[in-house]
Design a protein around this ligand. Structure first.
Ligand SMILES: [Ca+2]
Ligand SMILES: [Ca+2]
Ligand SMILES: [Ca+2]
Ligand SMILES: [Ca+2]
Length: 378
């Protein structure tokens, strides 16, 4: 079923690097409403912070850190108070459990509403058992005259914002998982290509189209390839597939392919293209197992596009081939696109491959009219 897209393509995707919002965030004044106390006992370490005197902007307290175990239950004490006069306001606390650099709404572990002086608030929370090991952050925010839920990146006159260090232990070890973002993509070294993976853990959302975690593949098509087809048919979830260039321009995308339900398939032309990212994610927040397959169509392999009577023989060969007629100047390519040798078939119809390793090659006329695949066996 085709579903409505929840976004608008502007042609360029924002590139998100997962950095926390820290500039133009929080209070612009040091007076009045302010968090007075933050306390938590971790599995390792404690935080016992006293809040006044107040500061402007985000107070970086990430040097104060505790270790929390995935699946563990913890208690956080926060005193939403004041360093001056008493005015009504709200407060909220988030921990970036999924380590995507955002304090997401689903990562809120407590809220407060009141007028200081009030008793210390106690927030009991459980670290998701799916949390991955590593360093992340907790943000504590108070905003005078604000309303819930708070924007963790918001700016306002009176209140406070404090970031503390959190280390997740006993969780999923994501060391060695590549492809989470465009900086560390899974490299497609040859076509056809197949990769089976699960995006429901160790992968985060980089704000490409849907909240589902996205996985990046990087492909540099060789000059012989005319089109590349990508398929997620058979995935365990409703997928979405995008192809973007290195500048973030969208080249192709598909939600639901005609022949595989809610999974995605697409074909894109590669002529003149440099490297591209092929991005796998789920529709909405869907995630699970998938196999991405990539296949190439090579220039000239379509019989109807070339002079039909041109042949090389023998093919496969163990050393050399002959053309049945001249095709002018021609270039021999490895199947990976590397240019290997030039020939003038007006001078000789004999093509010597004896210096090359066994594999697949293409002989292409300089005018592009003829391209013949030659298989070399040894
Ligand atoms: Ca997050
Ligand atoms: Ca990602
Ligand atoms: Ca996404
Ligand atoms: Ca879909």
């Amino acid at each position: 079923m085709i579903k409505g897209l929840l976004f608008i393509f502007f042609g360029v995707f924002p590139i998100a690097y997962g950095q926390y919002c820290t500039s133009n965030v929080g209070p612009t004044s040091t007076v009045d409403s302010n968090v007075e106390l933050v306390q938590i006992a971790g599995t390792v370490g404690n935080i016992n912070f006293i809040g006044c005197p107040a500061v402007i902007g985000v107070q970086d307290l990430t040097n104060l850190s505790v270790t929390l175990n995935a699946g563990g239950s913890y208690m956080l004490n926060v005193k939403f108070g004041t360093c001056g006069g008493n005015y009504a306001g709200v407060g909220e606390v988030w921990i970036d459990f999924d380590q995507n650099g955002n304090f997401d709404p689903y990562e809120s572990i407590g809220t407060w509403m009141g007028t200081p002086p009030v008793a210390t608030s106690t927030f009991n929370f459980v670290v998701p058992s799916s949390a991955q090991n590593g360093a992340t952050r907790m943000r504590v925010m108070q905003r005078e005259a604000g309303s819930l839920p708070l924007n963790p990146c918001g700016t306002y006159s009176w209140g406070s914002v404090m970031d503390f260090g959190i280390t997740i232990g006993n969780g999923i070890d994501c060391t060695g998982y590549v492809g989470d973002d465009e900086i560390d993509p899974i490299n497609v070294t040859a076509l056809p290509f197949t990769d089976t993976r699960d995006n429901s853990f160790c992968y985060s959302n980089n704000n490409y189209v849907y909240p589902s975690p996205d996985i990046y593949y990087k492909l540099t098509p060789n000059p012989l390839i005319q089109t590349v087809s990508a398929s997620l048919c058979g995935a365990s979830f409703d997928t979405f597939l995008s192809v973007v260039d290195m500048n973030g321009n969208v080249l192709a995308f598909n939600d639901d392919a005609a022949n595989c339900g809610s999974q995605s398939e697409l074909t894109f032309e590669t002529a003149g293209l440099g490297s591209v990212y092929i991005i796998v994610e789920g529709w909405g927040s869907e995630m699970g197992n998938y196999t991405l397959t990539l296949n190439a169509d090579y220039v000239g392999l379509d019989e109807e596009e070339q002079l039909s009577s041109i042949r090389v023989f023998p093919n496969p060969t163990n050393g050399s081939v002959r053309l049945n007629q001249a095709i002018g100047k021609a270039t021999l390519y490895h199947v990976n696109g590397t240019e290997l040798a030039k020939y003038d078939t007006d001078q000789s119809l004999h093509i010597d491959l004896s210096n090359f390793q066994a594999g697949s090659y293409f002989l292409r006329s300089v005018d592009g009219q003829v391209s013949q695949q030659i298989v070399l066996v040894k």
